[in-house]
Design a protein around this ligand. Sequence first.
Ligand code: TRP
Ligand code: ZN
Length: 876
Amino acid sequence: MSQPQVIYLKDYQVPAFLIDQTDLRFELEATKTLVKARLTMRKNPESHSQQRALFLDGDKSLVLHRVAINDQVLSDKDYSRTDDGLTIHDVPDSFVLETVTEINPQENTALEGLYRSDGFYCTQCEAEGFRRITFYLDRPDVMSVFTTTIEADKTTCPVLLSNGNAIDSGDSEGGRHWVTWEDPFRKPAYLFALVAGDLSHVEDSYTTMSGRKVVLQIFADKKDLNKLDHAMTSLKNSMRWDEEVYGREYDLDIFMIVAVDFFNMGAMENKGLNIFNTSCVLASPQTTTDLGFQRVEGVVAHEYFHNWSGNRVTCRDWFQLSLKEGFTVFRDSEFSADFNSRTVKRIEDVSVLRTAQFAEDAGPMAHPIRPSSFIEISNFYTMTIYEKGAEVVRMIHTLLGPDLFRKGSDLYFDRHDGQAVTTDDFVAAMSDASGRDFTQFKRWYEQAGTPELTVSDEYDPAAGVYTLIIQQSCPATPGQNEKLPFHLPVAVGLIDDQGADLPLTNGQTTQVLELTEAEQRFEFTGIHGDKPVPSLLRGFSAPVKLRYPYSRDELVFLMQHDSDGFNRWEASQKLGVDVLQSLTAAYQQGEPLAFDARLSEAYRSVLLDETLDPAMVAKILTLPSEAYLSELVDEIDVDAIHAARTFARQHIANALEAEFIAAYERCSSSEPYSPDADSIAKRALRNLSLAYLVETEKPQHLSLARTQFDNADNMTDSQAALGLLVHSNDEVAASEVLAIFYERWSEESLVVNQWLSVQASDPKLGTLNKVLALMDHPAFTMRNPNKVRALISAFAMQNPVNFHQLDGSGYAFLADRIIELNALNPQIASRLVTPLTRWKRYSEQRQALMKNELQRIMDSGSLSTDVYEVVSKSLV
Ligand code: TRP
Ligand code: ZN
């Protein structure tokens, strides 16, 4: 096997050729599709390259039938074909290149390029899928106007879609028909899309702020037509929000979304023709949980927002991926915050960031939000690029305030409309519009790793001066041993002994401190009385780890009094972490576990406070997750963490049983299901109460769960009860509800995925055998990424106790699946490696077992670049 090539940002060169016009014709057949491409090309005037040869990207699976330049058919000696493309030895300054290529959608299991999803034809071209469709300059800085003609069988493919507007159609011989689409906006090939099949759709319309009417269509399998209302509402809300908050209007006369079952990621922002994983677009009360409804809303918004942040202004090269993804995640999270509880949305985003992204930053794949090299770009659609990238944009927003930020985004969109640009261009627009200097801030784009802040304070009551001393550092990451200080906003408040916010130097109760040095002092004057308690990093104003020596009593105080909702929750988390870490240590030393009643008493007062948003109560009363607790320690002891957390949950359940019963009843509703914020909040607290009650292992509470399971009129309540019963020790109840649930939902693929996940994440010992058996269940197939995620990923990532069994069986199971998937779907295979990459965080015994499996994957034969990159970097 030849060593995969490393690609460096520093090697970037403008393209030697441009493609002004791309005319495509697809003759669709399941196993033999012909792609006829007509590319109007010329030398790039900005390129200094003198080369006469033209290299076009093209996957080795492409079968080339014909090449012609300016109507002259080329012969074998005029070009050479390699595994990664086609070189035409001598081309004129401007010319028309025609190719005829054959591809096989039916055999495409990688789900990149043109493939079949349950009988539909669809495409996925980001990042480098277009080169699996035809020979092309498959790079985002080559932008072209596209026309696409699709010809297919009329009966099996009545619907033929591509980007832009349909301009012509007709019938052809043999029961076939065709449609021609034209997309007037220049775009890179990664935004190309084609869909064909027997799809049904719903339709609505939207009038933009300038009064243009846009047709909105959402396509899906006929049986799912009743699950598209929520996506349509979310789309219209997104269109309005982007006009109001960013002044951005939609630009075509039609906007289409298509739902497909086989999809590697969540969704894709193809121009005018978004393609979605069914899991991110279908929603109905009976089949979808509240979390599912919120995910649909967020992903619809995310893909829609890409029309400006990604499509109208796109990326120069794939090192700039966070330019569109970080910014768009920031935009969709603000949208969701405006439509739901802002604080709860922030808590959810920060929870994900601090577990998954911080872990990535601490592992062998750590990279800055603008990486400087990669082997396989698909491996860089990461938590760091997306979520940390969004945090970096959020910090710019915090430093500038909303008005200057808007001036900056206006300048960015106006200055770069129609261009392929860099993260430097984005920051320059923010800087030019605001007059602020972002030179040091740009280190966030260059340095990987999670910065750590250590905060201490001094108080001089006589002088009325309170001082915060903040030190920052950042651990070494692969290839980066020394880090320079970051520029970051630390939002703080000071709270007096009555729990009131003190007015600060800026006259407000929250002040944004700008940290730029390795160590810095910030003085607050006019502070009198007892030493205030600092509320630090309000709203999680920077993606860092923060240490301040709070006492448990101070944390209880902050839980009750902090005016910043996020920090009230944060105080509860810090208290929870402190208590759980003591319990973990006791467990490891074989000492009896003693519970600090301050935690359950603090929970009690939160639970009894009926003025609080039930969603916030549910968040505050949720102990830090096992994943977060793992992220905080050097050596992860999965069994001790699990035992400590289970012990704490049981203790809290017994201490607050009466209050949980009351909360359960208080939050019950006889209203029909609605996915609005208030109802979602009540269900969250009700199901949290039920979970604690079941933790007592009292039969009446298990029966309550069973009653809820039997009577639920919505998937949120049904699934919550299912999970509790399946994970309980009542094996009879568990197998009964599993059977009932499957029987009821066997025709709903997405619901069956929940059924698989609930079983795969069962912490009781012996789950691996059940997972192995489920792999043979008719509902499971390795070819559908959603099934793989529901069963295999759920086991490896949401079931630490079973995955990390000391006999190594969990690791071996995962390695076998990775080897199997490497041949079928490299992107999905590579993502499955993640839990094994973290081997350095475990005991020596586990380290050896995990490394052994990584080596076994490495030695298993011809690896995809995707799996090769992650495994080889993890073995260093
Ligand atoms: N750009 C997509 C998004 O909105 C990401 C994406 C969808 C993707 N499908 C993909 C990335 C396949 C790589 C491969 O975030
Ligand atoms: Zn995106």
